[in-house]
Design a protein around this ligand. Structure first.
Ligand code: G3P
Ligand code: CA
Length: 393
């Protein structure tokens, strides 16, 4: 695996680069304020966004998790469009999994029984099966057993209707996007909105798919290259829970790269597969973070690594992770802020309804105060208000 790091990258993510974030973002927004034409704004936006790389993003950066999944079925163009309408700085389009015939599509995981209407398609009833996915027996329908043409006959549905009953209004409206469609959508939306649209694709279960002969990274790189989006300053950040996937991407493209980190006592599945005994706790030591900084520009920790919770689920004192990561030049984009009660610490819930919003603003405030560089959220509009509160004091 490649482990090289360029001075340029270190500077982009160093203290100087971070200090420039807000200034560059304000410059990028200036066209709208000055009343420039759409074409002029698009040109300005391309300069500020496409050419500016990570440092052109506002801080803290608001990342629309799976689009705007608080309001629309996740990983659909309905969800992605709304994320932009709401003002998200980046759209997580998408979590990437392959089809049987090698196309990349946007689903959170290969099993699609929970996010599509595949169960209503009798012609696919015999594809329902049980597989071991990263060591976990999983039953349902899997993207790798469908051609793209077959997947395109399905429609997306809401994953968590108990929390998001309103989203079921849109069940059956949108199809599964391909990654190539996303790359074209990104250009169309950038032109239409006069503002550089950023995306944040994730390689899902890379070891699992490589074993099936469906390696993800080469496919991602090929499409990024085809669309001229494989550069250090391209508006595409790549992420993965498997460090070796990020290391592989580092040999293939120059995009900003982010290693996702689950709970401290867990192991990335590529480590499990190769007998590497390290856990996430090892990766977030100063030594572990230095190593990550050798091939990535950031980390995406679960929120609990930034502010650990007590046995009751309430927030305690922030960890040293933000300072430790910044010390080695890594940015932090933790996941995932959601407005509904069950996803908030008990002290911030309002009542007990699973679909009711809790008091989320102080929670955003607590995380922003740690110095994180951005956050994944299902509710970009709420996050933007929280950021305005934070930035304006
Ligand atoms: O990609 C950041 C966050 O999305 C990681 O969690 O499981 O939603 O992909 P997940
Ligand atoms: Ca993701």
């Amino acid at each position: 695996m490649d482990n090289n790091d360029s001075n340029e990258r270190t500077q982009v993510n160093g203290t100087t680069g971070r200090r420039a974030l807000l200034g560059a973002a304000v410059l990028g927004a200036g066209g709208a304020v000055l009343g420039l034409s759409g074409t002029a704004r698009a040109a300005e936006a391309r300069q500020a966004g496409h050419g500016g790389g990570l440092k052109s993003l506002p801080k803290p950066t608001i990342i629309g998790h799976r689009g705007s999944s608080g309001y629309r079925p996740e990983h659909t163009f309905g969800s992605y469009d709304l994320a932009l309408d709401l003002g998200a700085d980046i759209v997580e389009a998408g979590d990437l999994v392959p089809t049987k015939d090698g196309h990349l599509v946007c689903r959170h995981e290969p099993e699609i029984g929970g996010t599509t209407n595949v169960a209503d398609h009798p012609e696919f009833a015999d594809r329902r099966t049980t597989k071991t996915l990263d060591g976990v027996p999983t039953t349902g329908w899997f993207t790798e057993d469908f051609t793209l043409a077959e997947l395109k006959t399905l429609r997306a549905i809401e994953r968590i209707p108990a929390n998001r009953p309103h989203n079921t209004l849109y069940n059956g409206r949108w199809e599964i996007p391909t990654f190539e469609e996303v790359l074209k959508w990104q250009d169309e939306q950038t032109r239409k909105r006069g503002k550089q649209v950023w995306i944040y694709p994730e390689t899902k279960h890379p070891t699992y798919f490589r074993r099936l002969g469906l390696g993800l990274e080469e496919r991602v790189a090929k499409l990024l290259r085809k669309h001229g989006k494989d550069k250090r300053n391209s508006p595409v950040i790549l992420q993965s829970f498997e460090p070796t996937s990020i290391q592989r991407l580092n040999t293939l493209v120059d995009n900003p790269l982010v290693v996702l980190l689950s709970a401290a006592n867990t192991q990335p599945y590529d480590f499990v597969a190769t007998g590497d005994p390290r856990t996430v706790a090892d990766l977030i030591t100063p030594k572990g973070l230095r190593e990550i900084a050798g091939y990535a520009q950031g980390i995406g920790p679960t929120l609990d690594l930034v502010i650990p919770k007590d046995a009751n689920g309430d927030l305690t004192k922030p960890s040293t992770l933000v300072a430790d990561a910044h010390k080695v030049g890594l940015i932090l984009h933790p996941y995932t802020m959601r407005n509904e009660n069950p996803f908030l610490p008990p002290a911030f819930r309002k009542g007990s309804a699973a679909d009711a919003y809790g008091n989320v603003f102080p929670v955003f405030q607590a995380y922003f105060e740690t110095g994180i560089d951005g956050v994944f959220t299902d509710n970009a509009d709420t996050a933007l208000l929280a950021r305005a509160d934070f930035v304006n004091g």
